[in-house]
Design a protein around this ligand. Structure first.
Ligand SMILES: NC(=O)c1ccc[n+]([C@@H]2O[C@H](COP(=O)([O-])OP(=O)(O)OC[C@H]3O[C@@H](n4cnc5c(N)ncnc54)[C@H](O)[C@@H]3O)[C@@H](O)[C@H]2O)c1
Length: 262
């Protein structure tokens, strides 16, 4: 990381900012001078993360939100408006993982994944457009999609459907919001080592033999390693920076080359 503080004075709201990729992105944006809002359903974890950033001399606050609930999203937007009066950067990162197969998936599980992973990002953007329009230069929405929004994947039906929707939501919102100088882009991470990849029994998804064989031994991740949250932070910063001012409606894969192989 080489902090240039090119985001000085900008307010950045990151959903799911308490841990994993969201915290990795939030940390980089804060190192670049942004005041970051860690907006998360896990309030205690978000407060701890914000305290760590503050202790490093960065500007951070934790605010609660359940992005699957419209009232909660509206309350977050109202609180950000009250505290800051604007928002330059919105990062729609929060999501949940769930294995779902088309033959066995419960309708309630499907709807739950869609409500959080798809509707959550769309509701957040709808509620934050007024704050983005009140912001200074550098207005950005960054969605966190997934390689699973670009490729088929077994046993991931609901998650993949939601991430595919995020990909095209990014393009459609970019068209609607360009007239306000708001760029809308996405990163599509590949396989990243975060708490999301820890299985219910405590084992690590990416430690399983079959996963390592297919994706590392047989080269389906050409860079032959899984990603880290910090690997997502640089591309996310680029898309949130003034260097990307003529970039909108784009999906940037950040996956060690995985999407180039299939
Ligand atoms: N880890 C991967 O391999 C991977 C790969 C591709 C894409 N992604 C995407 O990256 C993003 C971050 O994933 P991660 O791996 O860091 O996951 P994670 O589980 O470590 O973090 C997700 C964060 O979102 C929060 N969250 C969940 N539901 C929420 C809700 N309803 N309202 C508010 N906050 C909520 C959680 O509390 C958590 O802090 C997600 O969009 C995920 O789909 C992850």
């Amino acid at each position: 990381m080489s902090a240039s503080r090119r985001l000085d004075g900008r307010i950045a709201v990151i959903t799911g900012g308490a841990q994993g990729i969201g915290l990795g992105i939030a940390t980089r944006l804060a190192e670049e001078g942004a005041s970051v809002v860690l907006a998360d359903i896990k309030q205690t974890e978000a407060e701890r993360a914000a305290a760590r950033l503050l202790a490093s001399g960065l500007s951070a606050v934790a605010l609660p939100v359940d992005i699957g609930q419209h009232e909660s999203v509206k309350a977050l937007a109202a609180e950000v408006d009250r505290r800051f009066g604007r928002c330059e950067i919105l990062v729609n990162n929060a999501a949940i993982g769930m294995d779902t197969h088309i033959e066995t998936m419960r309708v309630e599980d499907y709807q739950h994944v869609i409500r959080i992973n798809q509707d959550g990002a769309i509701l957040m953007t709808m509620c934050f457009v007024p704050l983005l329009k009140k912001a200074g230069p550098g207005r950005r929405v960054l969605n966190v999609a997934s390689i699973q929004g670009l490729r088929g994947w077994p046993n991931q039906l609901a998650y993949a459907a939601a991430k595919g929707a995020i990909v095209n939501f990014t393009r459609a919102a970019a068209c609607d919001l360009a007239e306000y100088g708001i760029a809308v882009n996405a990163i599509a991470p590949g396989f990243v080592d975060t708490p999301m990849s820890i299985q219910p029994d405590g084992s690590h998804e990416y430690d399983s033999d079959w996963f390592r064989d297919i994706y590392v031994k047989y080269g389906r991740i050409p860079m032959r390693r899984f990603g880290k949250p910090a690997d997502m932070a640089g591309p996310a910063f680029f898309l949130c920076s003034d260097d990307a001012q003529y970039v909108t409606g784009q999906i940037l894969s950040v996956d060690g080359g995985a999407s180039a192989t299939f």
